[in-house]
Write a protein that binds this ligand. Structure first.
Ligand code: SIN
Length: 529
């Protein structure tokens, strides 16, 4: 155990608060898990930013759910398995698509409003779906609607307390048992323990490890890193999904241009106005994400260009305003008037399929430690997540993890041992955290992006291992520093997993092993010895 600020101490020397279940993270998975756990006992949510800041809040696409007339859970199951490129856990997928229907009805009952016409819910189409099954809210603001609905419910619940601007430095653990978390209060710099019989990690993804990403600043792989340091297994870490279409303009944020735009008739063209996806896949612009992303990069190379373009000219202006109000607003701020003007786009890191290995109830290999949402890996997303399955995953597996953790807590009220931590740390004030972070993001983008091979991966591993030598042992006392240490650790595991997998599958494409191989139809896991 290596808490990174208070270097040598015993638990009895720290101040502490107690609860039944502590949930780390306040995206949809964490909030759903908290609401479920609060049926059985007291819950504390620890979140490093404000409660609203999460990947969920920024999700535009919607929720995939088989509620339309012609749709069935079996069709949704088949599409998810097909996109997952042979690595989906079929039991988890069946749970996702069946229980998902109920969870979506529940969130509507909590007050979430999805877009409708006279006949009922409106269903959109996204890549690799065989039916129109994506429901959305306020056009392209689905995540915000879900997050706000859940926050309202959480704030009303007397069993839930929220600690905002509190960063989890490490898990409190001893002999393969988790007893809660060590927290750093970002406002006061105070460090204390939240002791709980069950701990749920729901900290989201790792997109900030890359130079180009759709993810917000907070997606820095913290949960994966502190779970790994405590002995949790990480699985499928080579599978980072790249979203094909992010706004690409100097000075603009890498704002996601939802796949739903292509679902509504938008097409990808190159700088010569060629509709190039026809030449890459029979599903054209709605092929699976990995295929569209690589086709874009190929076309950029062929045309010696930094981006391709999304052409929305087949859509009426009224439809664009109704369906994509946020995309329209952001584009306008940068002088792009859609649907008249084309949007410059290119791929960027979007969603981590890998994470803390769990079973279908969020249980990890550590007693008392649970995980759900993007930080976790039950195998439900396989090697390539089907579009708009992530919010559904959070609702379904967040609820399962919340219930399992709460029941575990009620049965396991063990006294907490006086855990001792001793670790040599150097005070290293000269470390330029921002510089290392930017350098890491560039190396990851260049060496383990959409395409990778032995040479680029080994180069990245050497560089990052060297930076780790002086960065991980530094005694940093601020959140940026903790995040950097977490990102370096997880980057190294992602690279190591990508080196091991000598084939191409789903989001992992190796130019030196371009084919999928049955020999590799298995998961790669990492655990601290
Ligand atoms: C999108 O709207 O394209 C993103 C949705 C998702 O990642 O599932």
């Amino acid at each position: 155990m290596n808490p990174r600020y208070l270097v040598n101490f015993k638990l009895s020397e720290l101040s502490r608060i107690k609860t039944d279940v502590v949930v780390v993270g306040s995206g949809s998975a964490g909030l759903v898990a908290s609401l479920e756990a609060a049926r059985y006992g007291k819950v504390i949510i620890v979140t490093k930013s404000g409660v609203e800041e999460s990947n969920t809040y920024h999700a535009q696409g919607g929720i995939a759910v088989s509620l339309s007339k012609n749709d069935t859970w079996k069709k949704h199951f088949e599409d998810t398995i097909f996109a997952g490129a042979g690595l989906c856990n079929k039991t988890a997928v069946k749970i996702l698509v069946r229980e998902g229907v109920e969870r979506v009805r529940e969130i509507m009952a909590l007050g979430a409003k999805f877009d409708k016409d006279k006949e009922g819910l409106l269903f959109g189409r996204e890549g690799a779906h065989s039916e129109n099954r994506i429901i959305h809210a306020n056009g392209d603001n689905t995540g915000e609607e879900i997050e706000k609905t859940l926050i309202r419910a959480v704030k009303k619940n007397p069993n839930i307390r929220i600690l905002e601007k509190h960063f989890v430095i490490d898990l409190l653990h001893y002999k393969s048992r988790c007893y809660g978390v060590i927290v750093f209060d970002n406002r006061s710099g105070r460090q204390f323990a939240v002791v709980a019989s069950s701990t749920i990690v729901a900290t989201g993804g790792a997109g900030q490890i890359y130079r180009e990403t759709t993810n917000p600043e907070i997606a820095t792989a913290d949960g994966m890193a502190f779970a790994f340091r405590a002995g949790a297994a990480l699985m499928d870490m080579e599978f980072m999904q790249f979203h094909p279409t992010t706004l690409y303009l100097a000075g603009a944020p890498r704002f996601l241009i939802s796949e739903a735009v292509r679902g509504e008739g938008g097409i990808l063209v190159d700088k010569r106005n060629k509709h190039f996806m026809k030449g890459y896949h029979y599903l054209k612009d709605l092929a699976p994400r990995d295929i569209v992303s690589r086709a874009i990069v190929e076309q950029m190379k062929k045309t010696r260009s930094n981006c391709v373009y999304l052409d929305l000219s087949k859509m009426s202006a009224a439809k664009v305003s109704r369906r994509f109000p946020s995309i329209k607003k952001i584009c306008k701020e940068y002088g792009i008037n859609i649907p008249k003007d084309k949007i410059p786009v290119r791929p960027s890191a979007h969603y981590m399929m890998g994470g803390i290995k769990t079973d279908i109830n969020g249980c990890t290999n550590i007693d008392g430690l649970f995980a759900c949402g993007e930080v976790s890996c039950s195998g439900v997303q396989g090697a390539n997540r089907l579009a708009s399955n992530s919010l559904l995953e959070s609702l379904v597996f967040g609820a399962r993890a919340g219930k399992t953790a709460a029941l575990h807590s009620n049965k396991n009220k063990k006294p907490v041992p006086d855990i001792k931590y001793y670790k040599e740390r150097k005070l290293f004030n000269a470390l330029d955290v921002d510089d290392v972070k930017r350098s890491l993001q560039s190396v990851m983008w260049m060496c383990i992006g959409l395409e990778r091979n032995k040479e680029t991966l080994e180069e990245a591993l050497n560089i990052i291992s060297f930076w780790e030598k002086y960065t991980l042992s530094a005694c940093v006392k601020y959140v940026d520093g903790f995040e950097l240490q977490d990102m370096l650790m997880i980057a190294r595991i992602m690279i190591s997993a990508a080196i091991k997998r000598k084939e191409s599958r789903g989001a992992h494409f190796r130019t030196d092993f371009p084919k999928q191989s049955d020999k590799w139809k298995r998961h790669i896991t990492f655990r601290l010895k």
